[in-house]
Design a protein around this ligand. Sequence first.
Ligand code: FES
Ligand code: FES
Length: 157
Amino acid sequence: MTVELTINGETNAFAVDPRTPLLDVLRDHCRLTGAKSVCREGFCGACIVIINGEAAPSCLRPVGMLDGSEIVTIEGLAPFEAPNPLQQAMLDHDVVQCGMCFPGMVMTLTKFLETRPAPTRNEIKAALVGNVCRCTGYERIVDAVMSLDDIRKVCAP
Ligand code: FES
Ligand code: FES
């Protein structure tokens, strides 16, 4: 099957088994390795990307159901050498350790902050219920988000 996807603003056709998870197309066909392959069961959130405007686990989305979709990965948010304000805040608060959870966290928080531009600490924690981190205390992640001066700046990719 040929599936057309627009990924980070670039449209391409992929000849793949329609059951192939979007995660594998991103990592293996596009070499976009920001989304991580961890549980592959929709539990950990490490593979979350933005699919048609919603943050969603790419391991659970067969590409055969995504023809014509728009995808944003962490590579599409900001250049590696110029992190966006949310990414910089997380770096400044030493949130990133092994880094496996980090791209998924950023994608979840990016969409969350679009609708809740001035969240409380508890709202941030609730937003991250689908993102598992094995290394870092979640308090520092919340501190990073709360530190943003103009939280709206992080929103639109
Ligand atoms: S790898 Fe997709 S949710 Fe864990
Ligand atoms: S920094 Fe290691 S899993 Fe989150």
